[in-house]
Design a protein around this ligand. Structure first.
Ligand SMILES: NC(=O)c1ccc[n+]([C@@H]2O[C@H](COP(=O)([O-])OP(=O)(O)OC[C@H]3O[C@@H](n4cnc5c(N)ncnc54)[C@H](O)[C@@H]3O)[C@@H](O)[C@H]2O)c1
Length: 243
């Protein structure tokens, strides 16, 4: 049975991914900086472990993988969904907020993937990494310079790690969601003007429920995508086509 670690599993896309992968039979590690929400996700699933993990800490990411190995004996995939967002014009944005967004979204994707892939290499088998970028990996958004920079970074991080890790049979792909209905986007979607602006750029005319991102992540963590690595996969209701 495959063992998959999901960071940010307490909410939104991470929680939906945990449910989707558990449905197909994976043993799932629900990692989140909030233990309470990780436990809520894991509590619904048959073979799941909840863990408090801060992806900005190398030690916390190492512990995440050690505990996974202790409980399930192996790790086959990691999905890095932990992410944060804060808006503000670039000339007013606080340095600590910039550092925080880069630390969680960009460095955290690397630290958590690195820990899991070290275990795959030690075990002598391949595996898969799925990083969550955004349409903002490739297009800008006013008032979101740190977020867009972090997501552009995730795209190049994932592509480059795909090159580093291909020799070990580890595939790395980057998913680029458009507008997804999660707690992260709730405030924007609740504002009629912002919602209308977001939907103008979404040909399908609606936000995705997080399950529509999770199903693509399931594909990328399965053998059905065995010749895909270093790919950027937009799941955006047509947004990039319309940009
Ligand atoms: N919602 C969207 O419209 C959208 C669009 C494109 C990309 N994304 C990306 O998808 C990913 C998931 O976002 P979401 O919409 O599900 O958001 P969300 O806020 O619902 O979930 C994010 C989760 O990450 C966790 N987290 C935050 N900091 C952490 C840390 N330091 N260590 C571990 N966990 C931490 C949070 O506790 C939360 O459970 C993010 O990377 C986000 O940028 C979301």
């Amino acid at each position: 049975m495959a063992v998959t670690i999901i960071t940010g599993a307490g909410s939104g896309i991470g929680a939906a991914t945990a449910r989707e992968l558990a449905r197909r039979g994976d043993s799932v590690v629900c990692a989140d900086v909030r233990l309470d929400t990780a436990e809520t996700t894991a509590g619904e699933l048959p073979e799941a472990l909840a863990m408090e993990v801060d992806v900005t800490s190398a030690a916390s990411c190492s512990r995440m993988v050690e505990e996974t190995l202790r409980r399930f004996g192996d790790v086959n995939s990691i999905v890095t969904c932990a992410g944060v967002e804060k808006h503000g014009p670039g000339h007013e944005f606080a340095e600590e907020d910039f550092d925080w967004i880069i630390a969680v979204n960009l460095k955290g994707s690397w630290l958590s993937a690195r820990s899991a892939v070290r275990a795959m290499i030690d075990a002598g088998h391949g595996g898969t990494v799925v990083m969550i970028g955004s349409i903002n990996s490739v297009v800008g958004n006013p008032g979101a310079s740190a977020y867009c920079a972090s997501k552009g970074g995730v795209l190049m991080l994932g592509r480059t790690l795909a090159l580093d890790w291909a020799q070990f049979g580890v595939r790395v792909n980057i998913v680029g969601p458009g507008v997804v209905d999660t707690p992260m986007s709730a405030k924007s979607l609740a504002d009629p003007q912002r919602r209308a602006r977001m939907m103008e750029r979404t040909p399908l005319g609606r936000p995705a429920p997080p399950g529509e991102i999770a199903s693509v992540i399931a594909f990328l963590t399965s053998d059905a995508s065995s010749f895909m690595t270093g790919a950027y996969v937009p799941v955006d209701g047509g947004s990039l086509a319309a940009w």
